[in-house]
Design a protein around this ligand. Structure first.
Ligand code: ADP
Length: 501
């Protein structure tokens, strides 16, 4: 990987303070309050955002409602042009956006550059093409013609988390814009500065009111936004407890929801797997975005025959990774995104030890030098984990993987499915029938065979069970942002003669 990339200059990437974006204008919150944004690697202050409230929500929804009639009737070519222009501007400044994501979230720059940004850009490119594919269908009957139209659903509330802000923003607004919807977006209060700069840059091409952004704490904004009578749909990515609240809010006006929630995915290694590839995959699943990924394969099912060798190799790989300054292209693992997350992960490290799991590698916070200034946790593998332990049940959202030994495939599959979640999963084997048999048995929305995190554009992403419902990333998401209308044209002359008259 190149060490000589020209990166954005960390010192002057952000404004001192950002407003809400309402109807194309940057405005202050009615609350008069702001929230400090912190660099999790250094503890330094980066900027401030507005702490939004219900009054701000009223203004933002009014703007989105006013923009809807014109935007919903805009041509596919206009929407496509805007989405492509967004993608091309992101590409032109990819280094800057990657650096902003890294400064605010703590993820290593090599990830922001080569994973987050390309994935975010891919969403705009994918849905630029989709603007033209929103045709309905026709049905020919002997006495009638049936026409199915697809119409944009209206004003959409979109609430997103802090772990991959650019990807989350892109996978929410790109399909909504392609479909002709208008949006009120609520980013996470802990990490969202890249989005503020993004909307500043795109303000001359996204028409006023089409995307409005309200920043601040979820509870102060969420209920007013989702229960607003002019909001016709909510798309949410975040935690299960918050999802439960949002589903309740959405029940007030019976609006549809898409929910992309947590995971505790099974990464299954069979005895015939390419062990080095599987070890690399398990290491990546542990440390990508410091484990702050809902798709992480945080339950590692290792076949008895390769269990010990696998853990030795995994320990070797994880021990050799560089943890430190996330803006350095050589760094593999950065700090947790916030103090809250840092404390939560440490709590689970204690729980794992108290439950009797053994620590293969890591097991505590990372210290020494620059690591003392930020929220750094050692990449951690627990072994001797039983599937009913807390560390195998709860989503930890940190660089912590629990290894579970297995012998019998049926028994292993029962355990793999014995979780409230069902978001992703991995299978490593050279036996193709076995790979498919296991993939088909897993109650989960995505299964990667022989490569973890093999995200591909157009492949639907979403959960089974309490990992949520609705699919994003693929074409199917357009169904969530459109309504179908059936129009039936009678082709026969005159009345039916129903009354014998
Ligand atoms: P996490 O615990 O990982 O931060 P959350 O589900 O709390 O995940 O956060 C995801 C998003 O949901 C954030 O933008 C957050 O502000 C928002 N949020 C939190 N509570 C509420 C709520 N009551 N209503 C609406 N949004 C909320």
């Amino acid at each position: 990987m190149s060490q000589t990339l020209k990166l954005g200059q960390p010192s002057n990437m952000f404004q001192d303070e950002y407003g809400h974006l309402i109807n194309g204008e940057w405005v202050s919150s009615a609350s008069g309050e702001v929230i400090d944004m912190i660099n999790p690697a250094t503890g330094e202050h980066l900027s401030k955002i507005q702490s939004g409230n219900a009054a701000d929500v009223q203004r933002a929804v009014a703007a989105a409602k006013a923009a809807f009639p014109a935007w919903s009737k805009s041509s596919a070519s206009q929407r496509q042009e805007i989405l492509f222009e967004i993608a091309s501007r992101l590409k032109a400044r990819i280094n800057d956006y990657a650096m902003m994501e890294t400064l605010d979230n703590g993820k290593p720059i090599r990830e922001s550059m080569f994973f987050d940004m390309p994935t975010a850009i891919g969403q705009f490119e994918t849905f630029a093409g989709a603007a033209y594919t929103l045709q309905g269908e026709t049905h020919a009957y002997e006495d009638a013609l049936g026409i199915v139209h697809r119409e944009p659903i209206g004003v959409c509330a979109q609430i997103i988390p802090w772990n991959v802000p650019m990807i989350m923003m892109a996978c929410k607004i790109a399909p909504a814009l392609a479909a002709g919807c208008t949006v009120v977006l609520k980013p996470a209060e802990t990490v969202c500065l890249s989005l503020m700069e993004f909307f500043k840059e795109m303000n001359d091409i996204i028409p006023a009111g089409v995307v409005n952004v309200i920043t601040g704490y979820g509870p102060n904004i969420g209920e007013a936004l989702v229960t607003h009578p002019d909001v016709r749909k909510v798309a949410f990515t975040g935690s299960r407890p918050t999802a439960q609240k949002i589903i309740q809010y959405a029940s007030q006006n019976i609006i549809p929801q898409t929910m992309e929630l947590g995971g505790k995915s099974a990464n299954i290694v069979c005895e015939d797997a390419d062990l080095d590839a599987a070890v690399e995959g398990a290491a990546m699943s542990t440390i990508l975005n410091k484990g702050e990924v809902c798709l992480a394969g945080s339950r590692l099912f290792l076949h008895d025959k390769i269990h010990d060798e696998f853990l030795d190799k995994l320990k070797g790989v994880l021990s050799g990774l560089r943890q430190g300054d996330p803006t350095d292209m050589a760094t593999h693992i950065g700090p947790q995104a916030s103090s809250m997350q840092y404390e939560k992960v440490q709590k689970y490290l204690d729980i794992g030890k108290n439950e009797g799991a053994s620590v293969v590698v890591g097991g505590s916070k990372a210290t020494g030098g620059i690591l003392d200034n930020g929220y750094f946790i050692q990449p951690t593998i627990f072994a001797d984990v039983a599937n009913d332990m807390t560390i195998a049940r709860d989503e930890i959202f940190g660089p912590v993987t629990s290894a579970i030994r297995w012998k019998d495939e049926g028994d292993m599959l029962e355990q793999a499915n014995n979780t409230v979640y069902g978001l992703a999963g991995g299978v490593w084997t050279r036996d193709i029938s076995r790979a498919h048999r296991i993939a088909q048995s897993l109650e989960t929305g995505t299964v990667w065979i022989n490569r973890y995190y093999n995200l591909k554009p157009g492949m639907p992403l979403g959960g089974y069970k309490q990992s949520g419902f609705g699919r994003e990333f693929g074409h199917e998401v357009l169904n969530h942002y459109t309504l179908t209308k059936s129009v039936v044209v009678n082709l026969q002359e005159g009345k039916i003669g129903a009354f014998d008259q």
